[in-house]
Write a protein that binds this ligand. Structure first.
Ligand code: GLU
Length: 487
């Protein structure tokens, strides 16, 4: 059986984190099984659907690298069109067949009549189910005449009064009791078909083999099972993936922070990191690793590793995952990204060799590409020295002023804007041999003198990146502080 999966967004807003996760699971499943990943646009809710949202959602999917094999822009003539708004004739054709077989019926009840039915059921403590006259096949002749005369009724599906059991790949057996749902509308009186109906017709005609979607659709599934049965269509496999929740264990919503993909995109999150983190929300890697790229999963993704429990969306973990991906990125790609960022103007003005070394060093301290110029300001270009106790202690050692004086003298000889690693090594050697300073006083003294910090990265990387003018200012400031302290 060939694997055909689909992501079927409604273009009524931006691409949501949960939607992106569903798209990703379908995409990965298609990749893992050599199947086809289809993008279908579910735009039957004409009031809320908007072509602009369709475009933005596709754009975000593209940014995430979740590319479809078939869709409105890549039609396979056997299955096209891929927008539900362009498939009305198809839905009508199947609705006519269902009516013909008395599996559905025309319903001329007005809103008011339906309200009365509902109120009566409520008063009697029953679930509100349809019990209008049109349910009775005896009224079919009258119904057909009224349709012929130009009236526009709704089309209602006759829900069988029996229980259904869904064999879900994630949830296991899900049993829906008989009479859980009453007869339901599949085509509204304005001619627009409803989601549960279109979804089945499309999944059937598009030969979808696996429906992987959010657990919030489990309640819809019983209606869909009924329609499959009425159409005598083969059921796809279903996998309903667990809900996304916030730290308060409530369904993930805007209250918990940014829930649309475009906001993360604007904040410089890496698409590979987003995909990595989204995959982990409800699925686990067979070797329990947390960091991977999409393509690492192509050979191992399976429906067996889904968790049945709700997945907690944790922004801190996402940031950490982003940092891990940043550290694995090529410097060249990071530099390219920074070149388009206004906040990196200072960074971008440096020469290519400087940028390369700076990225090697600074990405170790960053979670986001945009952290790199900030870290450069802080760790390389910072002139201010915070006179913390630990630093004052180092300044108080008798060896430190000797190091400061010596380095000051050396710096004054330098005519280039930066020192080299070789110069730094020669100063270390001099302090060790000629000034006879060793161990902690040597290493901490030199670090404090050149950086104004007690801790930090490897000096061999950091110092050749720091402008001589800044190192000189730090040395002067430290001498002054020491003199003031000594009074
Ligand atoms: N249009 C539905 C949604 O956006 C798709 C549900 C499904 O995958 O069947 O939630």
């Amino acid at each position: 059986m060939s694997v055909r999966v689909r992501f079927a967004p409604s273009p009524t807003g931006y691409l949501h984190i949960g939607g992106a996760r569903t798209a990703l699971y379908n995409y990965l499943y298609a990749k893992a099984l050599g199947g086809t990943f289809i993008l279908r646009i579910e735009d039957t809710d004409i009031e809320r659907s908007n072509a602009e949202y369709e475009k933005l959602q596709i754009d975000d999917l593209k940014w995430l690298g979740i590319t479809h094999d078939e869709g409105p822009d890549k039609p396979n003539p056997k299955y096209a069109p891929y927008r539900q708004s362009e498939r009305s004739a198809i839905y009508q054709k199947y609705a006519d067949q269902l009516i013909e077989k008395d599996l559905a019926y025309y319903d001329f009840c007005t809103e008011e009549e339906l309200e009365v039915m509902k109120a009566r059921a409520e008063a009697e403590g029953r679930d509100p189910v349809y019990e209008g006259k049109w349910k009775d096949p005896a009224n079919k002749v009258e119904a057909l005449e009224r349709v012929k005369a130009g009236e526009k009724p709704a089309i209602r599906f006759r829900a069988p009064k029996k229980s259904y059991t869904l064999k879900d790949k994630v949830k296991g057996d899900v049993t829906y009791p008989a009479n859980m749902v009453g007869d339901f509308v599949i085509v509204r009186s304005n001619g627009l078909p409803v989601y549960n109906y279109c979804c089945v017709i499309d999944d059937m005609l598009m030969e979808i083999s696996h429906v992987i979607r959010g657990e919030d659709h489990l309640n819809n599934t019983v209606r869909q099972l009924m329609i499959y049965e009425a159409l005598n269509a083969k059921l796809p496999e279903f996998a309903h993936v667990s809900l996304l929740i916030g730290s308060d264990r409530q369904k993930l919503s805007k209250r918990h922070g940014a829930t649309s993909v475009n906001l993360y995109r604007n904040e410089n999150y890496l698409p590979e990191a987003m995909c990595n983190y989204l995959t982990l929300l409800g699925w686990s890697h067979p070797s329990e690793t947390d960091i991977f790229s999409k393509s690492d999963l192509f050979s191992i993704f399976s429906l067996e590793r889904f968790s049945g429990h709700a997945a907690m969306y944790d922004l801190e973990k996402l940031k950490w995952v982003n940092g891990q991906h940043l550290k694995k990125m090529e410097n060249e790609d990071i530099i390219k990204m920074l070149s388009g960022m206004p906040e990196a103007t200072g960074f971008n003005q440096q020469d290519p060799a400087w940028k390369n070394t700076a990225v090697t060093l600074l990405k170790q301290y960053a979670d986001f590409v945009s952290d790199i110029p900030k870290k450069a300001e802080e760790m390389i270009f910072g002139e201010h020295i915070e006179m913390k106790n630990e630093l004052m202690e180092i300044l108080g050692w008798e060896t430190t002023p000797k190091i400061i004086d010596y380095l000051h003298g050396e710096m004054n000889k330098i005519t280039t804007p930066f020192v080299t690693e070789a110069e730094l090594t020669s100063w270390m050697d001099f302090a060790k041999k000629d000034l006879a300073i060793k161990g902690k006083p040597l290493f901490q003294g030199i670090r404090a003198a050149l950086t104004g910090q007690e801790h930090g990265p490897d000096l061999k990387l950091l110092i050749p990146l720091t402008p001589v003018s800044i190192i000189k200012k730090r040395l002067s400031l430290l001498s002054k502080t020491k003199q003031e302290k000594d009074g």
